[in-house]
Design a protein around this ligand. Sequence first.
Ligand code: ATP
Ligand code: MG
Length: 281
Amino acid sequence: ASFCCSDFENLQVLGHGNGGTVYKVSHKRTSAIHALKVVHGDSDPDVRRRIHREMDILRRTDSPYVVKCHGIIHKPSGDFAMVLEYMDGGTLDSLLKTNGTFSESLLADVARQVLNGLNYLHSHKIIHRDIKPSNLLVNDKMEVKISDFGVSKIMCRSLDPCNSYVGTCAYMSPERFDPDTYGGNYNGYAADIWSLGLTLLELYLGHFPLLPAGQRPDWATLMCAICFGDPPGLPEGASEEFRSFMECCLQKESSKRWSALQLLSHPFLQKESSCSSKSNN
Ligand code: ATP
Ligand code: MG
């Protein structure tokens, strides 16, 4: 569809990201609600590169587990904007802050949806590279969708694991710091699985799993924890299925990590349907 800015009424600011602002808007003619991600034409080249990458990827994707882009607006001033599917529940990060930690059955539901999204992206040769709670959006139906493709990568023939310091360092997998030790048979897709594992663990524990609660991450501490520490585990009380699922995601050696498709048939996700009705606590 083709839009211009005057088609929309601004309702509120939803958030600020790297170089852009996201607004909740209403389409004047249809009253449909969208999220509008606006980037200034004079923003720095890095920001422009991120947003073009994101537009490029969203144009190629069509999945119920990936936030939809309905159109792109170019203004004569050089500013441009993406008309995005509006997710009224915000991010999983904000949901954690408002509702507290997630139960196993809710996590299984989240994991299944994100894995469906990752399986879709990976089979289209797209690596997200920045999976974390603040890049996963939810709506009132508790549908979870992957967003923010600013540092994603479309794979072609060659893999360049070394040139990959992008994304949020905290959620980066061991092989992205140290491909020689942990990247045997390097496959970039596995990095998204590691980040998903950390994300789910954070939603379960209520804090970033590689650091004690409350500690502010710095780059060196994180790199040591990721590369030299044991993979984070679950506290007592977690089910065997959940424990096993986490082990499949958080293998330090990337080739031992399960793929999104393999994880979709893990027993942890099969439990979900019977408990999900109880998870509305
Ligand atoms: P960051 O650098 O924090 O990752 P960013 O540049 O990637 O930010 P976004 O994450 O895309 O920017 O958007 C910033 C915020 O706007 C999000 O954290 C979220 O709260 C809100 N937001 C983004 N897209 C949507 C959407 N489709 N529906 C509802 N809210 C959204
Ligand atoms: Mg983001």
